[in-house]
Design a protein around this ligand. Structure first.
Ligand code: ATP
Ligand code: MG
Length: 393
């Protein structure tokens, strides 16, 4: 095993002043969660603006890096040698051994970039750079110094221990999940909503999800697809509680009582109401959808306004101004695409009218909903209390 330690650098958290420790602790929690899926045991700790992942014995290096690449809040993943040796000659030996092991072929340009947090260390950083540089050139004549555009920057940090590293693997950025409240994602089997959930989680928001299904019009397989999608999103967001709501009776009732061209809008208004209701019970402060302006009739600006009319929580629509291809690109990157395009029926498409309204008038929609007065409250109640909750991830 080449590396026993990995240095984690975070970006935005560094700007959080007094609250920084909360963000660091949330990041550590998410790292531990991600590493639970990996072969190996790890100790994750923090020390002065740095987070360290220490492998305790054998572990799967590739899987570890892949898991860390999904933890929001991480800017850089730096596999490193961490050594106790501080006395300069001993340290030089450690650095040469690092280069020998990490770079079997050393035909490259380099520079040394050292820091010393330990100000009692008998050499300044400039002196460490110079003296280590010289020792490297002497030991490995095939290496050349280039201070402007080196192939490799060798970083040496003198702290309580000494960190030696040169590889910096980009993390996903963002904020650690759990630092920004919780939101309820309306998760369908499509391409857009998993991407929307991923994007909001990236900013540190914990997710719950709700899926409306309409058996027997939608199949068990369509539901399983949504469970699978929640599982994929949870690799980034941490575990997701998925609330599966049976929407059949409500849909049939709307179909029976309201003008068919308004069906989709009215249905979407009931989805929002129910999502809010469940979300409020579990402490969510916002809703998240995969809506994008103009994508379909129910997503014109007028339709979005009519849907939004029933919401009292803020509704986050992170892909609102994205073109379809831009959303597809993200879904491919996060690995939801292949699942999203599986051809299973969606509860919205089953009752769609031939000519749905594209510019609904809110007042007219509200009036149509009055036709539902007799039974709708009881149906919503039954749908909410009868929901199934599936823990994903
Ligand atoms: P997606 O690709 O996310 O399915 P879409 O392009 O199919 O979106 P719509 O079907 O109009 O668009 O849905 C818009 C948004 O409403 C979805 O992104 C999702 O957030 C929510 N939504 C739609 N259908 C459902 C459902 N059956 N259960 C939960 N949420 C849904
Ligand atoms: Mg859809």
């Amino acid at each position: 095993m080449l590396y026993q330690s990995i240095l984690i650098k975070y970006a935005e958290i560094g700007t959080k002043g007094k609250n920084r420790f909360l963000f660091e602790d949330a990041l550590i929690k998410q790292i531990c969660h991600a590493l639970r899926q990996v072969d190996g045991k790890f100790d994750v700790s923090k020390e002065h603006g740095r987070i360290y992942v220490q492998a305790l014995g054998e572990y799967d290096y590739e899987d570890t890096i892949e898991a860390l690449k999904k933890v929001f809040g991480i800017a850089w993943i730096c596999p490193m040698f961490q050594v106790e040796e501080k006395e300069f000659e001993g340290l030089t030996r450690e650095v040469l051994s690092y280069l020998e092991q990490v770079y079997p072929d050393r035909h490259m340009t380099f520079k040394v970039d050292s820091r010393r947090a330990d100000k009692n260390y008998p050499r300044t950083s400039e002196e460490i750079n110079r003296d280590l540089g010289e020792a490297i050139l002497e030991a490995f004549p095939e290496m050349k110094v280039d201070v402007h555009h080196p192939d490799m920057v060798l970083r040496v940090e003198v702290r309580a221990l000494v960190n030696i590293y040169s590889e910096m693997i980009p993390g996903p950025g963002g904020m650690p999940v759990g630092t920004n409240g919780k939101a309820m994602l309306l998760l369908s089997g499509g391409i857009d909503s998993p991407v929307a959930g991923y994007m909001v989680a990236k900013r540190g928001v914990k997710l719950e999800a709700v899926y409306f299904h309409a058996p027997p019009y939608t199949s068990e397989r369509a539901k399983q697809k949504v469970v699978d999608l929640a599982g994929i999103v949870s690799r980034y967001s941490g575990p997701i509680d998925l609330h599966v709501v049976n929407f059949t009776d409500i849909q049939l009732y709307i179909y029976e009582k309201c003008p068919h061209e308004e069906l989709t809008i009215i249905m979407r208004r009931y989805m929002m109401r129910i999502a809010e209701r469940i979300g409020r019970e579990s402490g969510c402060l916002a809703l998240v959808t995969g809506e994008s302006i103009g994508q379909v009739a129910s997503q014109t600006v007028q339709s979005l306004a009519a849907t939004n009319d029933v919401c009292t929580m803020p509704v986050f629509r992170p892909v609102i101004a994205f073109d379809k291809q831009e959303i597809v690109d993200i879904s491919e990157k996060i690995d939801t695409y292949e699942t999203s395009i599986q051809p299973y029926e969606d509860c919205c498409t089953i009752f769609v009218a031939k000519h749905p309204v594209t510019k609904p008038n809110v007042n007219i929609i509200r009036r149509s909903e009055e036709n539902l007065a007799e039974k709708i409250d009881g149906m919503v109640e039954a749908a909410v209390t009868g929901r199934e909750i599936i823990h994903c991830g």
